[in-house]
Design a protein around this ligand. Structure first.
Ligand SMILES: [Zn+2]
Length: 277
């Protein structure tokens, strides 16, 4: 299955609520929606249940994006706990919505070596998974997003390594972030090959055009701002081709400035390549 939809309420949605956004997605004949808890988790469990019911009825697959203010590499116990709480609150809402993944940016290396940062993120995820199990939440995966800045933990390799170690964690492949971090390069076939050992039943992913700026090393870059799909940076069609060739079961959330409009363009690309939704 291929699921396509926007990160948050579609630009054309008149009703500026989560349920309004989901209805709009269904009317546009898209089938995925990422609920954005960008600054804080301002939704009750009751509302999350209602959101889940609407989405289920309309056949829209939900995911949740945790607040950005998270750093699982923090050495300050209070900051670490606050980060975990933001993620766990999102996980709880995701559970009540029937979303199977809560996406987050794990943190910053700061003055840690990549190895120590890895251990810190691993330990934090292990603790969150224990707490989730203790409260009966098994269906939601902790979605570690591949990040777009060299200061952030979360290269594709780190993310995959961590997901190999912890059942309950899943990689969220942000293709635009990988493209930015590799200074404007992307090899979709290589990415899917690297993911193969994880034997994922379903891959959750983000896509948008991306402007990037050079980092210290010439082979590295940092994300700067999101661009429309038509910028072709990175190109979408080779990704669609790879997805169809490998029959990847995937959700592609559009994070472009025109959200759902680019989801519809992605849909047309898949159709042009012979896929029928
Ligand atoms: Zn993200």
């Amino acid at each position: 299955m291929i699921y396509l939809g926007p990160a948050g309420i579609p630009t054309v949605s008149k009703e500026r609520t989560t349920t309004g956004g989901i209805r709009c997605v269904a009317e546009l004949k898209l089938n995925a929606f990422e609920v954005e808890f960008v600054r804080r988790v301002g939704m009750s469990n009751e509302s999350a249940k209602e959101v889940g019911e609407v989405a289920k009825e309309l056949g829209v697959l939900l995911s949740a994006h945790c607040p950005y203010f998270v750093n699982l590499c923090s050495r300050e116990p209070e900051k670490l706990e606050a980060s975990k709480k933001r993620i766990l609150d999102s996980v709880e809402r995701a559970f009540h919505m029937g979303a199977d993944v809560a996406v987050f940016h794990p943190g910053f290396y700061g003055n840690l070596t990549p190895e120590s940062a890895f251990n810190a993120v691993e330990e934090a995820c292990r603790d969150m998974l224990d707490r989730m199990r203790a409260s009966g939440i098994k269906e939601v995966r902790l979605g570690l997003e591949t990040t777009g800045k060299v200061s952030q933990f979360g290269t594709l390799d780190e993310t995959i390594e961590l997901c190999k170690k912890l059942k309950g964690c899943a990689p969220v492949v942000d293709f635009a972030h990988i493209y930015a971090r590799r200074a404007g390069k992307i090899d979709y076939a290589e990415i899917f090959e690297k993911l193969r050992p994880l034997k994922l039943k379903h891959l959750h992913a983000h896509f948008t055009g991306m402007e990037w700026t050079p980092a210290k090393a010439p082979w590295q870059g940092n994300e700067r701002r999101h661009l429309e799909l038509k910028a072709n940076k990175p190109p979408f069609e080779p990704l669609a081709h790879e997805v169809l060739k490998r029959r990847v079961n995937i959700t592609l959330i559009s994070e472009s400035p025109i959200l759902e409009k680019d989801s519809l363009k992605m849909k047309r690309v898949f159709e042009r390549l012979g896929h029928r939704f």
